[in-house]
Design a protein around this ligand. Structure first.
Ligand SMILES: [Ca+2]
Ligand SMILES: [Ca+2]
Length: 240
């Protein structure tokens, strides 16, 4: 076999550097493609939400809000699944969930994952602090669930999630539920709007206080982070 001598001892390194640049560009374009793909898919999905605090007991409430999420998806044909998740480093427990109107008919099922034990009908019966909002949050009868004793342990702690399945009103579909949630953001006083609230206990640990939160839209960049596309989220900020 003929041996080809490298005419330039630095060319190997130059080629390596060039390949690294190409790979970096390919990675960047892949990240942008993923982000673009998600943005294109967003109007059809529009199913991931964040939470904002409506009470102010814990100094960590805004930080813990960033680790709380709600995903809304179709389920078993005519039903809709609300998945509440807690993912982050701050000790905390979602102990109560509440729904205020919308296209929902009745709470059909509770999907408890390991570490989570919820049952229908929360105590307290309405979202703590909810009645004091400009447009009072008033839970619809039967539209709540909470964690059972020991309450903080059986709540949704970091790394855990809870599913709530609803039957829908006659003729309603997932899109109507998503539209009702959007209406809740822009015009919560409208009877057709759906608002979702949660109560979180032991924020920061067993000595921590409790706060209430309601679902809010999340920015695409934050959303990508929540979904695990942390890098894509960072890149996306440069393009939107
Ligand atoms: Ca738990
Ligand atoms: Ca409770």
């Amino acid at each position: 076999m003929r041996h080809i001598r490298n005419p330039n001892p630095t060319s190997g390194r130059t080629r390596l550097r060039f390949e690294k640049i190409v790979m970096k560009r390919e990675r960047q374009s892949l990240v942008v493609s993923l982000a673009a793909l998600w943005l294109l898919a967003a109007p059809a999905r529009a199913d991931m939400y964040g939470f904002t605090a409506i009470t102010s007991n814990s100094p960590l409430r805004h930080d813990v809000a960033e680790q709380l999420s709600l995903e809304v998806t179709g389920y078993a044909g005519d039903q809709v699944l609300f998945t509440f998740a807690n993912a982050g480093a701050i000790a905390s427990s979602i102990t109560d969930v509440y729904f205020d109107d919308g296209a929902l008919l009745h709470l059909a099922d509770i999907i408890n994952t390991p570490g989570v034990v919820f049952q229908e009908l929360a105590t307290p019966s309405n979202l703590p602090g909810g009645a004091a909002l400009d447009t009072p949050f008033l839970v619809t009868e039967g539209f709540s669930a909470d964690s059972q004793q020991p309450v903080p342990v059986n709540g949704v702690n970091p790394g855990e999630s809870l599913g709530i399945v609803f039957d829908l009103q006659e003729g309603k579909a997932l899109a109507d539920v998503l539209a009702a949630i959007q209406l809740g953001f822009t015009n919560p006083a409208d009877d057709g709007s759906l608002r979702i609230g949660i109560h979180v206990q032991q924020i920061g640990g067993s000595g921590g206080t409790s706060d209430s939160f309601i679902a809010v839209p999340v920015a695409p960049a934050v959303l990508l982070g929540v979904l695990g596309f942390a890098v894509a989220g960072l890149k996306l900020r440069k393009y939107v």
